[in-house]
Structures are given as structure tokens and as C-alpha cells.
Design a protein around this ligand. Structure first.
Ligand SMILES: [Cu+2]
Length: 651
């Protein structure tokens, strides 16, 4: 197998990260669409906007150069990203998509509620688009807001096949603004995605060059003493994990793009004095989670995943792969501002500029410190001791004051294996209940094989009794199925943390350390009342599982190829509780239906299409199964998707 050697390529890491050697990003624009406009930006490589209700989209190959090396991207109408599609709520759009690739292709309209055969997932909702073939998508738009589209075939998304969708509302927009920009974030690699995947399969840590050094060791000993340092190291080593596994694919191969521009190319947007500017952030990355801020500007978050929310003023927010956030900013008329999107592992950033004057740009800030994983990220519940800071593994990642976690003491059990070195920590809260005890208890109380007859076989744990109230999340026990005890699963969270109030790894102390208010899911409240006011009739507990060293990903320990579809009954209202039994942050996307995130207010439940599930944490949302057919349900990290995937079938 061909293994790329980054050293031989004579490209410095800096070149990758900032795109320092890049020339023009695109060789030319081709494709058959009619009238075009440009986003109002300065540098010539603007993303085109297509308006109307009939579109001709051509998937093809386009030469690009982001790092000084010529490469071939897979694009829509020759653009990376593809054109911005600007639609109008209430209209029916028709999209004729032609495939000029040598391979099958597809376009999935992410977050758009539509019939199953228009969803664009090969093998589930249609057959895919063959080379030289085309497919006519047609559907009615019953929503407004910021969305995006991307290929659902092979690894084409990593190669550039993505673009923004903006749907203007039929009713007057509740959000006031003077101009708006799409800000689409993505990750580009000069390596082929198949090589990246092969490298990860060969070694899960291939792109993680941040493993500890001798200098780190001495710092740690100074901070914690020899004994504690040794215990912590021993634990991580025995688990064959690295506490710096924040991202699998990093700035060592990625150049991070904003609207297709490298950090050095500096995508730039103009405003005039006194204007309110709406920025529509879309994370169209294959693998990169970003923390976004605009130094010097407060951001008022007005929409999440296309849905209007009660405005929240923040300094920083995390945007998972496939999520979208719309913010309003009111920049000072005389200053330029940097749009700064650093990756979750701080291995690189995307950057752009918002300015009243083409001659002005703002400083590019240094990246924040790189976080390390802690006990709480393994679902071991130490965060439940007040703010979690008392059990941090080093000084870098205390929980801050953001925590509103519940008492998890009744969710007993503590079974991280191998467990060497951990016994000295404070386990007073844990009863030490074993997994088999949990199994027995679960088997007594709940059916492991589907809560209702006639809805399929083995498909996770369903709870039907004493469910928590709609909007307030799960109160069910954590159950690890027997399928979670194979070699494909190297960690199980027995006391998963609260995925709602925690801003996430690397952001927990930003309020204290930098005075930044960071958005959490708990801050999000829908602008309009919850449509479906019913209580859930049953609850599915689904575990996100994996083995990092072997780079295997699954749900409930079962990879997609071996899994049964999750069967839902048309019209029913259910709760899905996701338990993250891994140390990575997974953005989970349900097609065809909304994921109504239970953030504590049953009357204003926010609707999302993609939900971040933090390491060692759980989170719940409600789903109304109002769309017949076969739907994809998966982690949106591209290289996790082959395994961490389920079919959801509404019958
Ligand atoms: Cu994942």
C-alpha cells in the first residue's frame, strides 16, 4: 500500500496549516447554471450564488492548489465549495445533477426535510448517480435557514464536493440584519482520502503528532508530583490510549479553509458603518470540529441548524462537523475583525476577515492551548464532584463554572479496563457495580430486543416505563449490551457526563481563563413553541462505540454491515439517548426527521439535524417519526461513518 511520506514532500507543516505557498485556489469555473452572482467579497475567488427553483449542477474534477502542489478536487460546477444555492421557503425546487466523475456520485441535502427518495444516500434512498448519468431531485421547501449539501458517496466530501444552502423564509424574517454572508469551513488534504483512511486503519494515532515529550513529563511532575504523574501515565499506557487524541486527522495533513480560501489567502467580507451583519457558519469539514470566535466582537447566535432560536450573546462557540450556526454581529465602523476558527485539537485554523475597508485587516490570534483528555472524558463521572476540577489530570482542563450536571450517583458501575493505576483516585461515590450486574438488572427490567413486538429484532435497548418528561432528557439506567464486550470496543462509560451544560473539551475554562462566554447546548431554546407536545412513548439508548487503536467505529459495538435497521412506527414520538463510550466527540446526524434536543424546557425544544455527543457523555433528543422510508443515521466524521452508522426505517 502506498504510504505518503510527508517529510519527502518537502512541505512544512506551516504550509499545510496556513496555505502559505498556495497560488490561485481554482483554475476556472465551469458548469451549466444560468445567472450567477458573487458573494460581496474582495478577493477574486468568491463563491457563486445560484438563485431560483431550477438548477443544473455538474459534478466533476477541478484542479486546485492550496499548498503549492497541484491536486484534483471533486466539485460542483467547478467550485470549491460548490455554489451557494439560495432558495425560497414554500417553493418546489428541481435540481438536475449530472455526474462527470469516473465513479458513482450523489448529493445529499443536509438538514432538508424531504421524501426519502430525494435524500441522496446511495443504497438507502436511491441507487446513486452512475458515471455519465444524472438524477433529478425535486422537493418542496417547508423550512427556512442555513443548510448545506454534500456527496454521500465514497470519500468525495473530503475531496471538495460540498456547498451551502440558504432558504429565505416565506414570512418576514424574525432576525433583522443588513447583509449576510455564508462562512463555510472545511478541511483540505493533499493526500487522497483513501490514503488517509488507510493510514488511520494502520495506526489510529497516525496524524496525532502531539503525543507527550520528555519536557511534558517534567512539567507534569512539577505540577502533580512523581506519584500522581506515574499513576496517570500508567493508566493511559495500559489503556493504549493517548490523552491527546482529540482529533484523528489533524493539521499535519489538513489545510483549513474558509469559503475555500486558505488562512493566508484570507477570505474577506465587507461591511459599512452601522450595519448588522449576519454570518451563516457552516461546518462542511470531513473530520474537523472548530471553535469559532471573532476577537473584539460579541456574537448573537440566532439560529442553530437552520432553526431560529432565542438569541444568545456569546464570545465563542464550538461547531461540530455538519452543524450550522447563524450569528449577528454589529462591528465598529472603523475596525477590521478576524473570523478565527481553530480546530478542537489546536492543530490549525481557518481564518477570514470582516472589514469596512479593503486595506484593513486585524491581527490573527495565537491558538489557545491544546487540551488533554481527563477522567471525565472517559465517562467515569469524576466531573460530578462539583466542577470537575478536583480530578483533572493536569492544570489544563478544569471544568470551570459551566457545570450543571445532575447527580449520577445512582448510575453505579465503574469498569474501565484495563484499570491499572486508577484505584488510588477517589471512588467513594461509586458503588463498584460490575457490568454483568448491570446487565442482569437491565434484563430483568427491560427487553434488550425491542420494546414492542413486531418492530424488528436486536436493535439496542428500548425503555418504555417511567420515562423522563419531554424536553428534560433521560432518566433511564445506563445499559451496556453484550455486543459492547468485543474487541471492537475499548471503552465503556458507566457514569456518562452531562452533554448539555458542558461546553466541551478545551473550552471548559475559557470563561475563567479568558473571560469568554462560550455557547453550550443548554443555552439553546427554540424561538417558537414545540410543535409536537406529546411525551415520548419509548426511549432508545444507543451507545457510540469504538476501538481507537484499531480504528474501528460502531454503535452498540456493532458496525453498520452487521446491524439491523432501527425500526420506528410512523407517527410515534420517541426519545433517543446517545451514550458516548469513546474518547472522541461525535457529531451524530439523523436524516429525514428533526432531532429535538432536550435542553430542559419542554415548551421550546430546539430542533437540530446534527448533535455533538461529547466523550464519555450522554445526551437525549426527541424524534417524531413523521417520514416514511429508509433513512441514514450516522456519525458525520467521514472516516467514522463506515462503522458508526445505522439505517432508521419508518414503517
Ligand atoms: Cu464519530
Amino acid at each position: 500500500m502506498k504510504r505518503p511520506n510527508l517529510c519527502h514532500q518537502n512541505i512544512s507543516r506551516r504550509t499545510f496549516v496556513t496555505g502559505a505557498a498556495a497560488g490561485a485556489a481554482l483554475a476556472g469555473i465551469s458548469g451549466g447554471a444560468g445567472a450567477r452572482e458573487r458573494q460581496s467579497v474582495l478577493n477574486g475567488e468568491a463563491v457563486h450564488t445560484l438563485r431560483g427553483n431550477r438548477f443544473d449542477l455538474n459534478i466533476g474534477y477541478t484542479p486546485v492548489n492550496f499548498t503549492g502542489r497541484d491536486r484534483t478536487a471533486v466539485t460542483v460546477n467547478g467550485g470549491l465549495p460548490g455554489p451557494i444555492l439560495r432558495w425560497k421557503e414554500g417553493e418546489t425546487v428541481t435540481l438536475n445533477v449530472a455526474n462527470h466523475l469516473a465513479h458513482d456520485s450523489s448529493i445529499h441535502w443536509h438538514g432538508i426535510i424531504l421524501p426519502s427518495d430525494m435524500d441522496g444516500v446511495p443504497g438507502l434512498s436511491f441507487a446513486g448517480i452512475q458515471p455519465g448519468g444524472s438524477y433529478r431531485y425535486q422537493f418542496e421547501l417547508n423550512q427556512s435557514g442555513t443548510y448545506w449539501y454534500h456527496s454521500h458517496s465514497d470519500f468525495q466530501e473530503q475531496q471538495g464536493l460540498y456547498g451551502a444552502i440558504v432558504i429565505d423564509p416565506a414570512e418576514p424574517d424574525p432576525v433583522a440584519y443588513d447583509r449576510d454572508y455564508v462562512v463555510l469551513l472545511s478541511d483540505w488534504s493533499d493526500e487522497s482520502p483513501h490514503d488517509i483512511y488507510a493510514n488511520l486503519k494502520a495506526e489510529g494515532h497516525f496524524y496525532n503528532r502531539r503525543r507527550r515529550t520528555a519536557g511534558d513529563l517534567w512539567d507534569e511532575i512539577r505540577a502533580k508530583g512523581v506519584a500522581q504523574t506515574w499513576r496517570d501515565r500508567k493508566m493511559w499506557n495500559e489503556m493504549r490510549m493517548s490523552d491527546r487524541d482529540i482529533s484523528d486527522v489533524t493539521g499535519y495533513t489538513y489545510t483549513f479553509l474558509m469559503n475555500g480560501q486558505t488562512p493566508d489567502a484570507n477570505w474577506t467580507a465587507l461591511f459599512q458603518r452601522g450595519e448588522k451583519v449576519r454570518l451563516r457558519f457552516i461546518n462542511a469539514s470531513a473530520m474537523s470540529i472548530f471553535d469559532l470566535r471573532i476577537p473584539g466582537l460579541k456574537m448573537t447566535v440566532v439560529a442553530s441548524d437552520g432553526q431560529n432560536i432565542e438569541p444568545v450573546s456569546v464570545d465563542e462557540f464550538r461547531i461540530g462537523v455538519a452543524e450550522t450556526y447563524d450569528v449577528i454581529v454589529e462591528p465598529d465602523g472603523d475596525s477590521a475583525y478576524t473570523l478565527f476558527a481553530q480546530t478542537i485539537d489546536r492543530s490549525g485554523f481557518a481564518r477570514g476577515t470582516l472589514t469596512p475597508d479593503p486595506a484593513l485587516q486585524a491581527a490573527v490570534p495565537a491558538m489557545d492551548y491544546a487540551p488533554v483528555l481527563t477522567h471525565r472524558d472517559m465517562g467515569m463521572g469524576h466531573g460530578a464532584h462539583g466542577d470537575g476540577g478536583s480530578h483533572k489530570m493536569d492544570g489544563m482542563d478544569s471544568a470551570g463554572s459551566t457545570d450543571g450536571r445532575k447527580d449520577h450517583s445512582r448510575h453505579a458501575g465503574h469498569n474501565m479496563e484495563p484499570m491499572g493505576g486508577m484505584d488510588e483516585t477517589d471512588h467513594s461515590q461509586h458503588s463498584g457495580m460490575t457490568d454483568s450486574a448491570l446487565h442482569n438488572r437491565a434484563s430483568e427490567q427491560y427487553s434488550l430486543h425491542g420494546g414492542r413486538p413486531g418492530l424488528g429484532g436486536m436493535q439496542g435497548v428500548w425503555f418504555t416505563d417511567a420515562l423522563g418528561r419531554a424536553g428534560h432528557g433521560s432518566n433511564s439506567s445506563i445499559v451496556h449490551l453484550p455486543s459492547e464486550f468485543g474487541y471492537g470496543v475499548d471503552m465503556r462509560s458507566s457514569m456518562p457526563g452531562d452533554g448539555l451544560h458542558d461546553p466541551g473539551i478545551g473550552l471548559r475554562d475559557h470563561a475563567n481563563r479568558y473571560g469568554r462566554r462560550v455557547l453550550t447546548y443548554a443555552d439553546i431554546r427554540n424561538l417558537t413553541p414545540t410543535r409536537d407536545q406529546r411525551e415520548p412513548s419509548r426511549e432508545l439508548q444507543l451507545h457510540l462505540t469504538g476501538n481507537m487503536e484499531r480504528y474501528m467505529w460502531s454503535m452498540d459495538g456493532i458496525k453498520f454491515d452487521d446491524a439491523q435497521p432501527l425500526m420506528l412506527k410512523f407517527g410515534e414520538r420517541i426519545r433517543i439517548t446517545l451514550v458516548n463510550d469513546t474518547m472522541m466527540t461525535h457529531p451524530i446526524h439523523l436524516h429525514g426527521m428533526w432531532s429535538e434536543l432536550e435542553t430542559g424546557d419542554g415548551d421550546f425544544i430546539p430542533r437540530k439535524h446534527t448533535v455533538i455527543v461529547q466523550p464519555g457523555s450522554k445526551i437525549s433528543y426527541l424524534v417524531t417519526a413523521d417520514a416514511y422510508g429508509r433513512w441514514a443515521y450516522h456519525c458525520h466524521l467521514l472516516y467514522h461513518m463506515p462503522g458508526m452508522f445505522r439505517e432508521v426505517r419508518v414503517v
